[in-house]
Design a binder for this molecule. Structure first.
Ligand code: SF4
Ligand code: SF4
Length: 460
């Protein structure tokens, strides 16, 4: 038995032993923790019984108990996914390099990613469709993005029609779905009919009620965008059946105005009847992730029907229950982004940055001349770097590849994860495991949690 595969998590009134390779969780007493920690440090049974005053039999029965529990789950050792390079989950397509807003926190510097304010043209659109057909067997989703994509409605229509024509002629074997991420400030009858005809998912950026949205999401003259977005959401909802979700950026101003994430969720649900995600402004994220655990009470959380769960909770629960590894965002394996002039980037957040340019769709690029690019610099695998490979949460860690592996000073991905974020991640995941164990000890809460998971269409 390799005791380094075991992680001991001590919480208030509860201890959990977690075997990361088999996703085995065991609630144990303090003595078991103590014995396991000694075994992890390399002490023998005799040494432990002498120094910690347990009998050899006690130590042996702890070892036997742990080994039995783990061996029951050994069939579930996570498999590495085979990677079919010709299947892509999502391409983010920057059809406009310009934006009509100047949001104060915009990482894309007003939409243009440090490049000229340009739109994708028909030639690049043709090249894009040819590139897709020539390089991949299946693309599940193409997401129109910007800047603001609605500024270039012509090219979006053109691209959708090109895909349809190629599909009808048999050159393309499967149609992708089309989605759009928009700031929700441009709408007219032409756009509505384009949306109805082509778009299956729409994400609108809005930061919450008017007073907070208009702090940051502003036009170049400083005027807020809330009223226009409000009209946009209401019109799209009434005139189309497209599922809309929102994406809000949580900022320092939210904290100052005492808006919590749940206030934003509740507002969006009550005012517009839509659900969505809240991403933290980058500078906040690292420090705030552990805030959740400061005053949390799992009983209250269960009483509130698990409305406000910590980041990653549902996905970690699913991973442990289904004994399936979580994944870091699969940049360049299943996801990438294309700029308005046809350059390929691992992620839309890195578009325009020459260090991360992986060639052009109409010339040599990462997909047709792989040897020219160091795949190892762009393909991130948690099990493929020494730090993660020795980490107890390698199968539960996941999330954004840019946050975890991108070195902002050097402007490139690195093999090592960001250490500061790792420590926070590990504490956060350990707390989630303790929370799951605590809920599992109380049949009523557990039943409630399972019902909630079902409501979220999770198969556990
Ligand atoms: S916490 Fe850090 S070291 Fe551990 S798996 Fe995640 S990224 Fe890797
Ligand atoms: S790397 Fe991060 S920002 Fe980029 S697509 Fe993946 S999750 Fe999104």
């Amino acid at each position: 038995m390799n005791y380094n595969e075991i992680h001991v998590i001590k919480g208030e009134g509860i201890n959990v032993v977690y075997h990361y390779k088999t996703f085995t969780m065991m609630v144990v007493k303090d003595e078991v923790c103590q014995i396991l920690e000694a075994l992890k440090r390399g002490y023998s049974v005799i040494q432990i019984s002498k120094e910690a005053k347990y009998s050899e039999n006690d130590v042996m029965s702890v070892i036997q108990f742990i080994e039995e529990k783990i061996s029951k789950n050994e069939n579930y050792l996570p498999q590495q996914n085979s990677n079919n390079n010709r299947v892509i989950d999502r391409i983010t397509l920057h059809v406009s390099n310009d934006c009509n807003l100047r949001c104060r926190y915009c990482y894309a510097l007003g939409g243009n990613y440090n490049q000229d304010r340009a739109f994708m043209n028909k030639q690049t659109a043709n090249d894009f469709v040819d590139f897709c057909i020539n390089h991949f067997d299946q693309i599940n989703r193409i997401v129109f993005f910007g800047g603001e994509p609605m500024l270039n409605i012509e090219i979006m229509k053109y691209i959708c029609n090109l895909f349809k024509n190629n599909f009808s002629s048999g050159r393309l074997s499967q149609m992708p779905e089309f989605g759009i991420i928009t700031n929700g400030t441009i709408l007219n009858p032409e756009i509505i009919s384009f949306l109805k005809e082509n778009i299956t998912s729409l994400t609108v950026s809005i930061d919450g009620p008017k007073d907070i949205n208009d702090e940051n999401r502003v036009y170049s003259n400083g005027k807020g965008s809330y009223e226009t977005i409000k009209q946009f959401i209401k019109t799209v909802k009434s005139e189309t059946k497209i599922p809309i979700i929102y994406e809000a950026t949580y900022t320092r101003q939210h904290i100052e105005k005492q808006y919590k994430s749940k206030d934003i969720h509740n507002f969006m649900l009550n005012e517009f009847g839509i659900k969505g995600v809240i991403v933290e402004e980058e500078s906040l994220e690292i420090n705030r992730i552990l805030d959740y655990w400061q005053n949390y009470d799992y009983k209250m959380i269960a009483e509130n029907n698990f409305e406000n769960m910590p980041i990653g909770f549902w996905s970690i629960l699913k991973s442990i229950a289904g004994k399936q590894s979580r994944k870091i965002c699969p940049v360049m394996k299943r996801i990438f982004s294309i700029s308005s002039n046809g350059y390929i980037f691992p992620c839309h957040m890195l578009a325009g940055n020459t260090n991360n340019n992986l060639g052009n769709i109409k010339a040599q690029n990462f997909f047709n001349q792989r040897t020219l690019y160091k795949s190892s610099e762009f393909i991130i695998d948690l099990q493929d770097n020494p730090k993660c490979n020795g980490c107890w949460c390698q199968y539960l860690c996941g999330g954004c590849a840019v946050h975890q592996f991108y070195n902002k000073q050097q402007k490139k991905f690195q093999k090592k994860p960001n250490s500061e974020l790792c420590e926070i991640n590990k504490q956060h995941i350990a707390q989630i495991i303790l929370m799951i164990a605590a809920l599992r000890r109380e049949p009523l809460y557990w039943e409630k949690l399972m019902a909630k998971a079902k409501e979220r269409q999770m198969q556990l």
